[in-house]
Design a protein around this ligand. Structure first.
Ligand code: WTA
Length: 658
């Protein structure tokens, strides 16, 4: 959406019911918080850190900028994340309150109270210690969506081990790379995971990852028995989770760690080949997780909150494992997929669990719109969604048409939608409406979260006026920001703090603000990162996976093209080591290459289109002209100047689909 459109679009003022009693109620309240942060930036964050978190040792220093851009927050304070999420709630009298409503793929429901979550976390924490895991050790978690997954993360936090969750859809190779980079001492996994009625392997992928080499740091593999499916067993290091926790006491003294202690690493794609381990700290991260859950989702004691993300992504970290629990909330955790047993699953679950706040991704909404249009039986109107009072969107831009459908058909026209812009690196929401304050414009994530200094600048770091597009930056450090890239501080500096941007954090997205309200609209990545179904994929990563198929592939270039459902689709241009295939042969090789990429990275990285050429369009100096490839992928006529191209004839060839 261009900023021009924003003017013509309808403005949705917060309904009275949303304003009344909201934690941030009315625009004046929002402005007051903004003014407080502007008048005394450190004082503002210090106040919130004292209000939202329980400190074992209070901090006296707020922000240390002496080693910028390696900022430190609350550095002389000590706390424990799992204490803040569990014990504290039990101590406040919430022990019997439901923390998690868990629903399995096949619809079985169980409830876990705060008391029970605490004892299960403590038992596992004790078991990890018994296996020799110490403060600062890295533990890789490769788990299905489950209470055990949340418990595994909380147990690491309890003993000061740094977790690194790897999404269960990543391949053995990707898992291996992450284990090696993190130098992990343990993997916590499951025998299998259930998704859409199918049992998919996890443990055997861990076995394969370890067999690929480079994982000598791993001492133990702890296996949660989910399905009882058959697994290979290496008695030297494999242990069942239920066996290692069985003899452990249900209490465990938390390890009080410094606020800057690394809580987790989470690998994400960047512009270059290798995924980077985004490192988050303890205190600042938990503060923003709790604060944004409270203000953006306006979470109250009697809410039932449901974030549909997987714990393998940052959204699952912040808005499943940490934020809602830090506030003593009740949340739904779902093992399965939105289309099983049918595409009415989400709506049925909202009805069954009386969900009040629902947070999902535009891709899911778009695919469920399609499903509802083709199969009236799964249309949301068949379900009672009257418990909902607030909706959220995350991961990619939400197009106004999908927004309107979500608003009408799911929210019954009465629920505000919070379109939350943020990233793995930012830890929590950065630009988002607050439901009781901000008038909404479909397709716009509206205004910065109070205290977040988001801005739009040009290549030299100068502000661009509202109404013009530019580079999205954050001017001042904030508590939940990335601390570094694990093991590669230089890459951290280069990626996020390039010298020409005057010390601003570079988000990697383009954006604009409308002239009238200063509302932000995100226009998409400005680097070589694609956003496919809300998942970040580096084009270089996919290219290197393709060329690693050395038997077949000589050269490959990957670009994105817009896709109605997935936002962007992956399009690969490939030069083979054999003559360019056509027809049936081309389709066969394309299928082979798709499977190859799935094996190298994971099914989410499979290119949708693969086109073969005798060559790729290059400048005379040998540089691949990606902007031309982008046009071809979109099916556009080439109107750009091709005079610098060494081999213009190649363009027609690449424009042909198989
Ligand atoms: C994109 C997911 C538009 C953006 C939390 C960002 C969005 C990347 C939005 C981060 C949104 C996320 N509107 N674009 N509301 N939210 N993005 O690290 O390009 O998986 O840089 O974090 O997703 O993806 P990540």
């Amino acid at each position: 959406m261009s900023t021009q459109d924003a003017h013509e679009l309808k403005l949705y003022s917060p309904p009275e019911a949303a304003v009344k009693g909201a934690h941030v109620s009315g625009m004046e309240a929002y402005k007051k918080l903004e003014a407080e942060a502007e008048a005394d930036y450190q004082g503002y964050w210090a106040r919130l850190a004292r209000e939202f978190l329980t400190w074992k040792q209070p901090f006296t220093k707020v922000l240390n900028e002496s080693d910028a851009p390696f900022f430190k927050w609350f550095e002389d304070g000590k706390l424990n994340v799992s204490y803040n999420c569990l014990d504290r709630n039990v101590e406040r009298g919430l022990g019997d309150k439901t923390a998690i409503i868990f629903e399995t793929d096949d619809g079985k429901v169980s409830r876990v109270s705060y008391k029970e979550l605490l004892s299960r976390t403590s038992q596992l924490a004790n078991a990890l210690k018994a296996q020799g895991v110490k403060k600062g050790d890295r533990v890789v978690i490769y788990m299905p969506m489950s209470v055990e997954g949340v418990v595994a993360m909380q147990a690491c936090a309890r003993i000061g081990a740094t977790h690194s969750v790897v999404f269960g859809g990543f391949s053995a190779q990707s898992l291996r790379d992450r284990i090696e980079d993190a130098g992990a001492v343990m993997v916590i996994t499951a025998d299998e995971q259930m998704r859409g009625g199918k049992a998919l392997p996890l443990k055997s992928i861990v076995d394969e990852a370890l067999s690929l080499g480079g994982c000598d740091s791993i001492r133990n593999v702890i296996v949660y028995q989910r399905t009882g499916g058959k697994v290979a067993w290496n008695s030297a290091h494999d242990k069942w989770l239920h066996e290692v926790v069985a003899s452990q006491p249900a209490t465990c003294e938390p390890e009080w760690v410094e606020a800057e202690h690394p809580l987790f690493l989470l690998y994400t794609s960047g512009s270059t080949g290798k995924p980077k381990g985004v490192q988050h700290a303890t205190g600042g991260y938990l503060l923003h997780a709790a604060l944004t859950t409270k203000w953006t989702f306006d979470l109250k004691d009697d809410d039932v909150f449901w974030c549909t993300a997987d714990i393998g992504w940052v959204t699952g970290h912040t808005y499943i494992t940490y934020g809602p629990l830090a506030l003593g909330g009740t949340e739904v955790v779902f093992e399965g997929i939105p289309t099983y047993p049918d595409a009415g699953r989400f709506w049925k679950m909202i009805q069954d669990h009386k969900v009040t706040i629902f947070y999902t991704a535009p891709t899911a909404i778009r695919s469920l719109i399609k499903a509802a249009e083709t199969n009236p039986a799964v249309h949301p109107k068949n379900y009672d969604l009257s418990s909902l009072r607030l909706l959220g969107s995350v991961g990619e831009p939400i197009n106004p048409a999908a927004w309107e459908w979500y608003h009408q058909n799911i929210g019954g026209g009465r629920c505000p939608i919070v379109d939350t812009w943020w990233q793995t690196e930012t830890g929590g929401h950065m630009i988002t409406p607050l439901p009781g304050a901000t008038p909404l414009v479909p397709g716009s994530c509206t205004l910065p979260f109070p205290g977040i200094t988001a801005a739009i600048v040009d290549e030299t770091g100068h502000d661009v006026p509202n109404g013009q597009g530019g580079i999205l930056v954050v001017k001042k450090p904030w508590p939940s920001m990335i601390r570094t890239i694990w093991g590669d501080p230089e890459r951290f500096k280069k990626s996020y703090y390039p010298p020409e941007l005057k010390g601003y954090y570079l988000a990697g997205d383009g954006a604009s603000r409308d002239a009238e309200r200063g509302y932000f609209t995100i226009t998409g990545r400005i680097d070589d990162v694609l956003n496919v179904s809300g998942h970040r994929m580096g084009t270089m990563e996919i290219e290197s996976a393709l060329v690693s198929c050395t038997e077949l592939v000589a050269e490959a270039a990957v670009v994105g093209r817009p896709d109605e459902t997935t936002g962007e689709a992956i399009c690969a241009f490939v030069v083979l080591k054999r003559p360019r295939p056509t027809g049936e042969e081309a389709r066969k090789i394309a299928a082979e290459l798709r499977n190859w990429v799935a094996k190298e990275i994971g099914p989410i990285a499979k290119p949708k289109d693969i086109r073969f050429g005798d060559n790729l369009p290059k400048t005379r100096s040998g540089k691949i002209m990606r902007r031309l490839l982008r046009s071809i992928a979109k099916g556009e006529q080439i109107t750009q100047d091709t005079s610098t191209l060494e081999n213009p004839a190649i363009l027609d060839q690449l424009a042909q689909t198989n």
